[in-house]
Design a protein around this ligand. Structure first.
Ligand code: C2G
Length: 137
């Protein structure tokens, strides 16, 4: 069984995330998503999520491509995760191109082209704009 691992925040899930997860799963038979905790997002990624870790985890677990969701608590856990879960392939979007090449001695490293035209930040601002339009009438 070929095991694939990927990491992310996955706040306000959108089709760019789904494109990534679908291609990640296609690289093997079992996909592990290591999901950034609220604490890690705040402290290390300077991200404040709309959805809590538990909400984001529940949503990811409902996606057909995802087999396991575990917490991402720090930047240093990747080698440990790859070894502990006997991972064959690490993959992530191309916005991280080259950043995780240190994993190459432990597993295959694949950077998948990012889906253009969509981001969580974009989704947040479009909701705000819709709300502002409604309230200004
Ligand atoms: N992604 C994508 N296309 C988009 C948006 C996101 O392919 N339009 C990919 C990202 O490249 C990443 C995954 O979807 O592989 C999740 O994106 P984020 O939730 O933004 O994750 P990120 O903040 O990049 O966290 O240790 C690594 C980090 O946890 C990655």
């Amino acid at each position: 069984m070929k095991r694939v691992i990927t990491y992310g925040t996955y706040d306000l899930l959108h089709y760019g995330h789904i494109n990534l997860l679908r291609r990640a799963k296609a690289l093997g038979d079992y996909l592990i998503v290591v999901l950034s905790t609220d604490e890690f997002n705040k402290a290390m990624k300077n991200k404040v999520c709309v959805q809590s870790y538990e909400e984001r985890k529940m949503i990811l677990e409902a996606i057909r491509y995802v087999d396991l969701v575990i917490p991402e608590e720090n930047w240093e856990q990747k080698i440990h995760d790859v070894q502990m879960y006997q991972v064959d392939t690490f993959c992530i979007g191309s916005d991280w191109e080259g950043k995780f090449d240190f994993l190459k001695p432990y597993c295959e490293v694949v950077y998948l082209p990012r889906t253009e035209g969509i981001s969580t930040t974009q989704r947040k601002s479009s909701v705000v704009q819709m709300f502002e339009k409604k309230t200004s009438k």
